[in-house]
Design a protein. Structure first.
Length: 485
């Protein structure tokens, strides 16, 4: 940097933009090494001067535009000021128009992905993927940038899978992620990052297909990545390994996996300057709740609730529905233990907000609706408020709609619907003759739900007997009240 500063003191006016650009690049490199904010601020100022002094026809103008765009994106990632990202995208677009090189297209794609993660606008994600593909096509085999381009396209494709659950996007992301790792020799500075990202995609596929090899490979990748990752990435990698071990615990019921997951989660929490503290809080909270369900130690459950509450306060809007749902589930567990009405009330409140924030086409919407329905049904049984029962029926109906024939949880959803419709029939019949038509409709719908559930449950499933009892109760009640169905 000192050599460029000295050159600026003696260079010709026409050379000044070039030296300013070189100084700006050196300053940004130093920032990326030390994360020194004043250095980044100077890099932005110097790059602005280079762009201002360069003529519109300067052959290096695209490079000046790109240099400023990169520095502004760095500041956005540090301070989350949306104006920096908007300006970075505008500058990047102008640079790509002047010189559609793989480098400029790739950088612009990164900024569009950042904007998607900020605003959840899928058009930004589509643009990021398009630019990533174009950059990769222009990047020749053997180019040192190719692994990076592959990795970033993998991340964008995984984002799209998480949004629309189109498995073709996840399959492509895994394929691309594997290629990125193959191009990185052991000891490559980015190899741990690429292993970590591939592990994320493999875990996604495991959660979808429950293929054991995907989970085992994800765990192996995370363990290897932890050996070589930077200190700044360690908390993230610890958390991902903890989540994978928790998944394996839920599959195999091996307490050693859960114990290690909690140990790793606590280690991640001890690291200072966590980039996304809500994620680490949530991960540890989930593992502690699992241990409570295994060992029934109330201390674990209390700590899990504390962690989930803090995570809700710190998470982004894009993550909030998930974090609220996890808090609601943990409060529900404590209510089932202590029967404290305040836990039930809080669970209903956070479940409502989770449902409100979840998109209508969101893959987790049925689960959030079901959790809220469960809590309202229990509150109705405790206090007898008809509005709770009516809302629970509405929620279970939507859950059944979102879990069509062939869905693995359809039988359970139909059973829940049958149970609340049975309660509704009894409630309406107790009110009087004026509501008898509603009682008949509830009987018919409830009987139909139980019949379909019985066809789906296996006879040895405990839920099969529960559904039979529910159907028998409805039929007995129908006969005793002479309701014609």
């Amino acid at each position: 940097m000192s050599s460029y500063r000295e050159a600026l003191q003696h260079c010709l006016h026409t050379q000044r933009p070039s030296y300013l650009h070189k100084l700006g690049r050196a300053l940004r490199d130093y920032y990326l090494l030390k994360y020194d904010i004043p250095t980044l601020m100077e890099a932005i100022a110097v790059n602005r001067d280079a762009l201002r002094l360069g003529s519109p026809g300067d052959p290096d103008r695209a490079s000046y535009l790109n240099g400023l765009a990169l520095a502004l994106r760095d500041r956005y990632l540090q301070q989350r000021n949306k104006t920096d990202l908007v300006e970075a995208i505008k500058l990047g677009q102008e640079a790509a128009q002047l010189c559609p090189s793989s480098h400029y297209l790739h950088n612009l794609g990164l900024a569009f992905r950042d904007q998607y993660l900020q605003d959840n606008d899928t058009s930004d994600l589509a643009e990021a993927i398009k630019l990533g593909r174009e950059a990769l096509q222009l990047c020749p085999q053997g180019c040192s940038n190719r692994p990076s381009y592959l990795n970033d396209l993998e991340l964008a494709l995984r984002d799209r899978y998480l949004h629309d659950r189109n498995t073709s996007h996840l399959t492509e992301a895994i394929m691309i992620g594997r290629e990125a790792i193959q191009l990185c020799f052991p000891g490559h500075p980015n190899r741990a990052s690429y292993q970590h990202n591939l592990g994320l995609a493999l875990r996604d596929r495991y959660l979808l297909t429950r293929t054991p090899s995907d989970l085992e490979k994800a765990i192996a990748l995370d363990r290897e990545a932890l050996q070589f990752c930077s200190n700044s990435s360690r908390a993230e990698y610890l958390t991902c390994l903890a989540l994978n071990l928790r998944d394996r615990y839920q599959r195999d019921n091996n307490a050693a996996d859960l114990t290690e997951a909690i140990t790793l989660g606590r280690e991640a929490m001890k690291l200072s300057s966590l980039p996304n503290p809500a994620r680490y809080l949530q991960s540890l909270g989930l593992a502690l709740r699992d241990r409570y369900l295994q060992e029934r130690n109330a201390v674990d459950l209390t700590e899990a609730i504390t962690l989930h509450r803090e995570a809700v306060q710190l998470c982004s809007l894009l993550e909030r529905a998930t974090y609220l749902n996890n808090l609601g589930v943990t409060l529900w567990s404590r209510y089932l233990r202590d029967r404290d009405p305040s836990d039930l009330a809080e669970a209903i409140t956070v479940d409502r907000e989770a449902v409100k924030l979840c998109p209508l086409s969101g893959p987790d919407r049925a689960s959030y609706l079901n959790n809220l329905g469960n809590a309202l049904r229990v509150r109705y049984l405790r206090y007898g408020n008809p509005s709770d029962l009516a809302e629970a029926i509405m929620l279970y109906r939507e859950v059944s709609r979102l879990r069509p024939p062939g869905h693995p949880k359809r039988a359970a959803s139909l059973q829940d619907l049958g149970q609340v419709l049975m309660k509704h029939s009894e409630q309406v019949d107790a009110i009087g003759e004026t509501d008898r038509g509603d009682s008949v409709q509830a009987f018919e719908e409830g009987i139909q739900a139980f019949h379909e559930a019985l066809r789906l449950f296996q006879p040895h499933d405990p839920n099969y007997s529960k559904a039979r009892r529910g159907l028998a109760r409805l039929l007995r009640y129908q006969t005793s009240k002479a309701v014609v169905c």
